[in-house]
Design a protein around this ligand. Structure first.
Ligand code: ATP
Length: 286
């Protein structure tokens, strides 16, 4: 039998949360959020081969599973199940996005698989069918399907594109340890929220986001309590000229925002010298 070994390469960007307000706790245990997210130009690269004799996943990062629990493999399996097709895939993931770091790497890999498979197989699914598969895979996956700055409400499925973000350069600093998102939410108390209460989607989407005033993450207090080094990273970014600095998601990665690329580059060069910290220079994908 002739096997068609087609290959596709996919780029999966990281995200940062510019604003993350925990609005409440739901009866099912999940938290309702209001969050402004943007992709940044730091990418995992997925190479997918169609039609090898058996399916496999390989990843360059030791903490990412190389079996059917990998989020990219899960996305591919769901896509093929919905399509009613049996095809073996070899998925190779070159990880640049730090893992369990608040940057949504796994969700982005899953979204890249869904959109990549869809375009490679000649668009068998509509955007809304892809979004419904994305919801099944995890809270941040629908955002990565849209892949534009968005206000996310609820557990992350209700999304509104935010067109009024200014382009900015970003320096990301990962202090070199992993944080469990589930654990951070378990320790979170609503009394700890400190972000401005902008309760609804439309009022937030219609105003300009102000980096100096609005940058806020309700989860910072929890993660910093366990890992005070995050505060040091924030201070260092500000010392290096960032207009604002914030932990992304449940952490521990911290990002600094810069109006000028040259200033960001300078800060990146300085912070890259710190032992144990992994530093990245990127742009907001607005
Ligand atoms: P979240 O807040 O959604 O947990 P995160 O950025 O903090 O996102 P990820 O890097 O997505 O965390 O990893 C979360 C967990 O998912 C890790 O423990 C990892 O083992 C698992 N995982 C499964 N598939 C992947 C993948 N393709 N890339 C990264 N992690 C994956």
């Amino acid at each position: 039998m002739k096997v068609n070994m087609r290959q596709m390469k996919l780029l999966a960007p990281a995200k940062v949360n510019l604003f993350l307000n925990v609005v409440g706790k739901r009866p099912d245990g999940y938290h309702d959020l209001l969050s402004l997210m943007s992709c940044v130009s730091l990418y995992d690269v997925l190479t997918v081969t169609f039609g090898p004799p058996y399916s496999s996943v390989v990843c360059s990062h030791k903490d990412v599973p190389e079996d059917d629990t990998n989020l990219a493999a899960k996305a591919a399996a769901l896509f093929l199940r919905r399509l009613g097709k049996k095809v073996h895939l070899k998925i190779k993931i070159d990880k640049s996005i730090p893992v369990a770091a608040g940057l949504g790497g796994g969700s982005s890999d899953a979204a890249a698989m869904l959109t990549g498979m869809n375009s490679n197989l000649n668009f068998p699914f509509s955007k809304s069918q892809l979004m419904s598969m994305a919801e099944e895979l995890g809270a941040d996956v629908p955002f990565f399907i849209i892949s534009k700055p968005c206000i996310a409400q609820g557990i992350g499925y209700k999304l509104k594109v935010c067109n009024n973000l200014d382009p900015m350069s970003v320096v990301l600093v990962n202090p070199g340890f992993e944080v469990s998102t589930a654990e951070v939410y378990r320790k979170f108390k609503l009394s700890l929220t400190k972000c401005k209460k902008v309760y609804n989607l439309s009022t937030f989407a219609d105003r300009e986001f102000n980096v100096l005033e609005d940058l806020c993450n309700d989860l910072e207090t929890v993660t910093i309590n366990d890992f005070p080094e995050i505060e040091t990273v924030k201070e260092e970014l500000l010392k290096q000229g960032a207009a604002g600095a914030l932990m992304s998601g449940s952490g521990p990665t911290v990002f600094g925002l810069f109006f000028k690329r040259a200033e960001a580059k300078k800060a990146f060069n300085e912070l890259s010298k710190k032992e144990g910290w992994k530093t990245y220079l990127a742009e907001l994908l607005v």
